[in-house]
Design a protein. Structure first.
Length: 198
């Protein structure tokens, strides 16, 4: 603990505000949370394309990519998932400091971790609950993960053998079984644009 006393942040002269002015928009972290198969990555990808079309500077973070690299040492236990989200949150915070709009698509099943992200990024954090009934998510299961979980081949699988804590007050709530992708993206864009306007 004493070693942390010797960590002193460098006083860089280019600030987040400078980067935002150069980019022409404020930074933000659009955090897509929901069950596997709910449509998080699909929506994040489509939303990024629309933001890119609007000349926003963006970057997407996705679970599989992060698990292959930065977090390849973590398991899927509750503590492993918590550390996975903590690290991703720190990466997203740095990207926000760079003035980017970060689109992060992660199951992130626990309210405590999502609140930690909000506390970390404050007004830059936008929680998007990508909601679909479990049976719909299972029907969409292109990776076959639900089937493996139900057969006992995957442990700690959210929605089957591990809980998902529904967001109580998400900034945006999208029901993907009721709304097509294009309309879902428009709802997100309509909510996000006022928050990133300089």
């Amino acid at each position: 603990m004493e070693e942390k006393l010797h960590i002193i942040a460098h006083d860089y002269k280019i600030t987040r505000k400078d980067r935002e002015l150069k980019n022409g928009h404020k930074c933000a972290c659009l955090w897509f949370t929901g069950l596997s198969g709910s449509g998080k990555s699909t929506l994040a990808n489509a939303t990024e394309q629309e933001l890119y079309r609007l000349n926003a500077n963006t970057y997407s973070l996705d679970g599989d990519d992060i698990r292959k690299g930065l977090n390849n040492d973590l398991n899927f236990t509750e503590s492993g998932r918590a550390e996975n989200i903590r690290r991703i949150g720190e990466v997203a915070r740095l990207m926000c400091d760079a003035g980017l709009i970060v689109l992060a698509a992660f199951v992130s099943p626990f309210r405590k971790e999502r609140q930690m992200l909000r506390d970390l990024m404050k007004e830059n954090f936008i929680e998007i609950f990508v909601d679909a009934p479990l049976e719909v998510c299972e029907e969409r299961d292109v990776k076959g993960l639900y089937k493996k979980a139900r057969n006992g081949e995957i442990s700690n699988f959210t929605g089957i053998s591990s809980p998902f804590e529904w967001p109580l007050n998400p900034d945006i709530h999208i029901r993907t079984n009721l709304l097509p992708v294009e309309k879902s993206v428009q709802v997100i864009i309509d909510n996000v644009l006022p928050k990133i306007k300089l």
